[in-house]
Design a protein around this ligand. Sequence first.
Ligand code: ADP
Ligand code: G3P
Length: 501
Amino acid sequence: MTTKTHVLALDQGTTSSRAIVFDQQGGIVARAQHEFEQLFPRPGWVEHNPEAIWRSQLRAAREALDLADLSPGDIAGVGITNQRETTLIWDRATGEPIANAIVWQDRRTADLCDRLRNAGFADTFQQKTGLVLDAYFSGTKINWLLEHVDGARERAQRGELAFGTVDTWLIWKLTVGRVHITDATNASRTLLYNIRTGQWDDELLEHLSIPRELLPDVRPSSEVYGETDPELLGTAVPIAGVAGDQQAALFGQMCMTPGMAKNTYGTGCFMLLNTGNKPRTSKHNLLTTIAWQLGDEVEYALEGSIFIGGAVVQWLRDGLHMIDSSSEIEKLAASVDDNGGVYLVPAFAGLGAPHWDPYARGTLVGLTRGTTAGHIARAALEAIAFQTADVLEAMHADAGMDITELRVDGGAAANDLLMQFQADVLRVPTVRPKVTETTAAGAAYLAGLATGVWTDRKQIAAQWQVDRRFEPTMSDDRVHKLRERWLEAVKRSRGWEPTAG
Ligand SMILES: Nc1ncnc2c1ncn2[C@@H]1O[C@H](COP(=O)(O)OP(=O)(O)O)[C@@H](O)[C@H]1O
Ligand SMILES: O=P(O)(O)OC[C@H](O)CO
C-alpha cells in the first residue's frame, strides 16, 4: 500500500480542460478548469488547436495542485480521461501537429462513410469494432488528414508521424520519453480496433488506407504507463490510469455489474450500460464499446451517443440570448405547465444514436401565437430527455435485461425539472450521486488502483453516495402521447441537409 493518498485526475473535455485532486475517500480536494477555443472553419466542421488543449490542461493541473496545497510528491498517480474520437496527428521527431485536431462532432467525413457503406463494409466494421459507420469516429478523420495534408501519407508510410486520440497526445506531451500509447477504451472508438481480439485490425486499416506505423500501443486502462516530466509538475508522477470520458464516468458511477447504466448530461449525452465480459452486438443502432480493460480482463458496454444534450441549453443562452446562464433554464421552463405542443429536435450536428443521420438538422415545430420563451425552454429540456428515452428503449431491446435505475451526472444533471421529466418519460428512476464529477473520479480510481491508493473495486464502490433519487410519476398514457409527438418531430428533422458539410 502506498503512503501517498491523493490522485490527480486530468479530464480533457470538448469545451474545457479540468484537473481535480481526489483524496483516498473519493472526496474532491481541489479543482481547476480552463476553457479553450472551439474552431468552426466551415459548416459541419469542428476543430481544436492541439497546443491549446495541452496548455489549458497543463495549466489546470498546476493550479489544482497549488490549490490542493500538497506537494506533487503526495500524489500517487495521474489518471487521464478525455473527449473521445477527436483525432490528432503529429510529427514524431518534432512533436509538431500536422493540422488542427478534428473533433468528434465534425461531420466532414460523412460522404466517406456513405461510400464505405455503399461498398458493403458496414457489417464488417460493426462486427469487428462494435461501431456504426459514422463520421463521429476517428478512422475516417485519420483518412481525411492523410488525404488532405500535403505529404502526410508519405510521411505516415515512412513512420514519421504519430496518430493519437487526446489521451495519447497528453501522454506524449507529459512524458520525457514521448510514450506513444492509448488504452483499450479509447482504441475502441477509432473504427480500427477489433474489440474481440484486442488488436488493431489489418482489414479495417486497409479499407481506410491507414498505415499501421501511425498507431499507438494499446494498453489496459489501469497500470503505470510512464512518468510525467519532472519539469512539468515539479516532480515525476506515474501516469497510471486512462479511459475515454464516458467509460470513466461509468466506472466513477460504480456501474460495475451487468445491467447497471449511467447517462452523462454534458455537451452531448452518453448512456452506457454495463453488459459484462462479452461484447453484445446491437440490433438497434447502439454501439458496442469497451467499458474498461483491467489486466487481461475486458468488460463491455452498450452505448447510446447523443450529440447535443446540454449544448441545446448553451444555444438558448449564447445563440438566442433567451437566458443568461444555463441554470436559468429551469425557472424559465417551470414558468409554463407543459410544452404547449412545442417540440425542439436539436439535430445541430446531425443525429446520433439511435437514428444516425448526419443530414438531420435542428427543427422547432408546433409553434403558435401563444408560444412563449417558457415553452421553448421546456421543449429544449424535454428534447434532452426524449433523446435519452429513445436510447434507453433501444438498449432495453438489445440487452434484454431490466434497467432498474439510471445513474446520472454531468452539468445538466443538476437540473431537477429535467431529472424528474427524465424519470417520467423513461419510467425508470434517475439517481444523482453526491459527487457528480464522476468522469474525473473514474480516472482517479483507475490510477489509484494501479498505484495502491485503493486495493480493489469493492473498496471504491463503497464511496458512491446518493444525492437525490427521482421516481417516475407521470401516467403511461401521457408518456406515450408525448413520445409519439416527439418521434413525429424527429421524422421532420431528418435528411434536411443534402450534404453533411
Ligand atoms: N442547470 C442546468 N440545466 C440545464 N443544463 C445545464 C445546467 N447547468 C449546466 N448545463 C449544461 O451542461 C453542459 C455542461 O456540462 P459539463 O458536464 O460541464 O459538459 P462538458 O464536459 O461536455 O463540457 C452545458 O452544455 C450546459 O449548458
Ligand atoms: O467532452 P464531453 O464530455 O462532451 O464528451 C465527449 C465524448 O467523449 C464524445 O464521444
